[in-house]
Design a protein around this ligand. Structure first.
Ligand SMILES: C[S@@+](CC[C@H](N)C(=O)[O-])C[C@H]1O[C@@H](n2cnc3c(N)ncnc32)[C@H](O)[C@@H]1O
Length: 262
């Protein structure tokens, strides 16, 4: 474990080193050739791995220790990072907590318990001048957001809408009609008629499938149930990341980045 100063004059934060995952798809670019992406609010890395698969070198930041984050990791408050550290990356992704915005929290009337971090995060990211992405749930106050859904990805079987705001163009595949989802609820008319290994599932706190089936449906093989509930399928950020790479290669940051992604 290494230490470094990345916060505003605060004590050094912990930086955990990269741990290889046997099952992760290999990317042909070496780390030195890849543009660098900062993965803020990273949790166990659903978003981070998608960018890594797209071709980025990724560093994650979370306020809590993330033992299962499979890439280099910094434990820190994302909003207290040194602006120079944030701007040293070629692009930034942020997944601020969604509790304040989710329909479930609004229905349960506990939305006010969660912090509303989207506006301060956007302000911080705009100041860097770098390309950025903010991801959150349906109902979150994102600007000109694109919706991604599991039905858009042939390899996924999860109903999970997520919004993506960016300061570059993101194109989404066509959205398909939602199929019925597997259920553990005996009151549902299709109870017992679906298969959690073949049909679509929903990965939520209560859950309507086993952890193993949730992992299979989301293309994630390293997370606990609590972590996967928070996560997005890497396929979403793989798609966004490939478009971000093309954007960087167009506008670039000068010859250094262009050389790295050529
Ligand atoms: C919705 S999860 C992110 C999920 C992740 N993008 C993924 O795909 O796996 C939000 C994360 O933000 C973290 N968090 C909350 N407040 C934070 C802060 N001020 N700074 C950094 N991380 C924070 C939480 O610990 C949690 O892990």
């Amino acid at each position: 474990m290494a230490e470094a100063r990345v916060g505003r004059g605060k004590a050094p934060v912990k930086i955990f080193s990269y741990r290889a995952q046997e099952t992760r798809k290999r990317n042909t670019r070496s780390a030195a050739q890849r543009p660098r992406l900062l993965d803020l609010f990273c949790c166990a890395g659903g978003a981070g791995i998608g960018y890594w698969q797209a071709g980025f070198e990724v560093v994650g930041v979370d306020i809590r220790p993330q033992r299962n984050y499979p890439l280099p990791f910094v434990q820190a408050d994302a909003l207290a990072l040194d602006p120079a550290f944030v701007a040293s990356f070629d692009a930034i992704h942020a997944s601020p907590p969604c509790q304040a915005y989710s329909d479930l929290a609004k229905r349960n009337r506990n939305a006010d318990d969660g912090p509303r971090l989207i506006e301060p995060v956007r302000e911080m990211l705009m100041k860097t001048g770098r390309p950025y992405v903010i991801e959150n749930v349906d109902g979150a106050p994102l600007l000109n957001a694109v919706v991604l859904c599991g039905t858009m990805f042939p390899e996924l079987r999860v109903l999970r809408h997520r919004l993506f705001e960016a300061n570059f163009t993101i194109l989404a595949p066509p959205h398909k009609k939602h199929p019925r989802v597997h259920t553990f609820d005996r009151r549902k008319s299709h109870f017992g008629k679906t298969d959690e290994w073949k049909d679509f599932v929903q990965v939520t706190g209560g859950g309507n499938c086993t952890l193993a089936a949730a992992r299979h449906a989301m293309g994630i093989d390293w997370m606990t149930k609590t972590e996967i509930n928070e996560s997005i399928p890497p396929a979403y950020t793989n798609l966004v990341g490939k478009q971000l790479l093309r954007h960087i290669s167009f506008v670039g940051r000068g010859p250094k980045v262009l050389r790295r992604i050529a």
